[in-house]
Ligand binder design. Structure first.
Ligand SMILES: Cc1cc2nc3c(=O)[nH]c(=O)nc-3n(C[C@H](O)[C@H](O)[C@H](O)COP(=O)(O)OP(=O)(O)OC[C@H]3O[C@@H](n4cnc5c(N)ncnc54)[C@H](O)[C@@H]3O)c2cc1C
Length: 523
């Protein structure tokens, strides 16, 4: 059998299938979770992603697997409990992509010490036997020792607590592979542009275009699930032009800095910024991720732009805690994600107060839309949506299996972990067979040509952006260096996908323009 993840093979499979049980629209965490749930229950499943897996919000998260300490403060106990259970499942089912991360909340008064300690003890309690470490108080000396770059004036001490951390877009890619492993057909760069209806005005499929060939397909299905995140309103309008919007987007900005600004394996959690949010300062892949903001926006765009005010807010908050001041010129990359917050009826709340819980909607024509939620809870969201489809009588009943499914690449927890999991051996072999592939793609980026070739052959990477933004995380870790690496990556892609020099030139240009949004102009 040829490579199961090969795009031509998957497109051929799509052509040969005259009817699907389920078509999932959107390949972020929500859609991939739904497709894996459906395929593993044994339904004939197709997932179509308009750009690339995790191109939307799912590559732009804070990369935490968490119950959400803030949601606890809002009294949303059931949401926190559910997410803590899911955190545990992900740590178990994807040990190559997840890890436990310690956080320290700096305390400057006795009141804050006891407030946060009690809150976090409750957080531990809610996790029960799934707790990943007990929260506790550390004194000023230990806090300063562990957070060397933190200003220690007026510091009383810190509260240590533990949560999960992961690589979001790699999780998405591995989920797409898992879907294929369970018999689903998943295609990126394949956009849905129409919802098809039968004579009874019920949804019976979609019209979609293969963005690589511009060939359009009419695809039939018993169930169509709209899992397009902040773009859900568009699909809902395809179903019913008069339908109400269900999504209210809100933008969250992160900046990435050199590790010297934190120099710690502990993350910092600033529990209350002046706008009442939390700010995380987290070690990630040898750099530091700082974020995030919460700014309501009107338009849903693929590449939202950070506002100047948002950058200033992050830097000024950070600089009020750090010894070494961060300048705009220190920022290696800025990435922005849009929260697909579900609109509730009569909603007059500020976006940070809108529930992060998810919502499943069934339209009169039986289009199922699933929105809101978190990366952490994607599995549970998927289980609930397929259960809902079954309870509507649209599919025969089959049990959900995903709580016990190991994500593609997972290897036993006690073995040394690489982000590629069990695929790491294959990448090593590729480097040994082609010594030229062991070269790095750029001196400042810890990625080799072998990883790029592997991602093209086995991880559905089709463009320079797919490789540099979501198979490797180069664009997020060091945007300038990723632009410099683009020609190397474009040539490897052209060789593997048999593209000509014009294609290479165009890819480099398109990627460089996009990467400009991740690079700040110093002021
Ligand atoms: C700033 C920020 C930080 C966050 N941090 C965390 C965190 O630390 N932990 C956590 O658990 N959660 C976090 N979240 C929440 C989490 O990232 C999101 O809930 C989740 O990624 C949403 O995934 P989704 O699949 O619903 O949407 P998306 O990831 O946006 O996916 C939707 C997909 O649909 C595709 N699509 C759109 N239209 C079409 C079409 N016509 N045809 C085919 N495909 C289409 C898009 O290309 C896109 O890939 C964060 C969110 C934000 C914004």
């Amino acid at each position: 059998m040829g490579n199961v993840y090969n795009r031509n093979r998957l497109v051929n499979h799509l052509k040969q299938n005259s009817r699907w049980d389920i078509i999932v629209v959107g390949g972020g965490s929500t859609g991939l979770g739904v497709a894996l749930d459906a395929a593993s229950r044994g339904y004939n499943t197709l997932l179509l992603e308009g750009v690339d897996f995790a191109k939307g919000t799912s590559s732009r998260s804070t990369k935490l697997l968490h119950g959400g300490v803030r949601y606890l403060a809002q009294g949303n106990i059931s949401l926190v409990k559910e997410a803590l259970l899911e955190r545990d499942l992900l740590l178990k089912n994807a040990p190559h992509l997840t890890q436990v991360q310690s956080f320290i909340i700096p305390c400057f008064s006795l009141l804050s010490k006891y407030k946060y300690l009690i809150g976090l003890k409750l957080y531990d309690l809610l996790a029960g036997k799934r707790s990943v470490g007990k929260s506790h108080f550390i004194n000023k000396e230990e806090t300063s020792l562990r957070l060397k770059t933190m200003l220690s004036d007026k510091l009383l001490g810190g509260i240590v607590y533990y949560d999960g951390q992961f690589d979001d877009s790699r999780m998405a890619v591995n989920l797409a592979q898992s879907c294929v492993d369970y018999g689903a057909t998943v295609l990126n760069h394949f956009k849905v542009d129409e919802i098809l209806k039968n004579d009874a005005a019920k949804v019976c499929g979609v019209k979609a275009i293969d963005c690589e060939t511009n060939i359009s397909y009419e695809l039939n299905a018993n169930v169509v699930i709209n899992a397009t995140g902040v773009f859900a309103n568009k699909i809902i309008k395809m179903d019913n032009p008069f339908a109400q919007k269900i999504i209210q987007p809100s933008q969250g900005v992160h900046v990435v800095l050199e590790n010297t600004f934190l120099s710690s394996k502990d993350a910092i959690m600033i529990p209350k910024t002046i706008d009442g949010r939390v700010l995380f300062v987290i070690p990630w892949k040898g750099k530091v991720v700082v974020g995030t903001t919460d700014t309501p926006v009107k338009k849903c765009e693929y590449e939202p732009i950070a506002l100047d005010d948002e950058i200033s807010f992050i830097l000024s908050t950070l600089n009020s805690y750090l010894d070494k001041q961060v300048l705009r010129s220190d920022i290696l990359s800025v990435f922005v994600g849009l929260r697909p917050l579900a609109i509730r009826k009569n909603n007059r709340k500020k976006t940070k107060e809108i529930s992060r819980g998810h919502k499943i909607l069934v339209s009169d024509s039986n289009l199922i839309s699933i929105t809101g939620g978190k990366w952490t809870t994607f599995r549970k969201m998927a289980e609930e949506s397929i259960d809902q489809v079954i309870s509507l009588g649209m599919l025969e009943e089959k049990k959900c299996l995903t709580a016990n499914i190991m994500i593609h690449g997972a290897r036993p927890v006690d073995l040394p972990q690489s982000v590629y999991g069990s695929d790491f051996e294959h990448i090593k072999k590729l480097s040994m067979e082609h010594p030229e592939y062991s070269e790095k793609i750029h001196p400042a980026l810890d990625y080799t040509k072998a990883e790029v070739v592997w991602s093209i052959r086995n991880e559905f990477a089709r463009t320079v952006e797919d490789v540099l933004a979501r198979r490797t995380r180069a664009l997020f870790l060091n945007a300038q260096a990723s632009v410099a690496a683009a020609p190397v990556v474009a040539k490897l892609l052209a060789k593997e996908l048999r593209k000509d020099d014009n294609w290479v030139e165009k890819q480099i240009k398109v990627f460089s323009e996009l990467a400009n949004n991740y690079i700040l102009n110093p002021q």
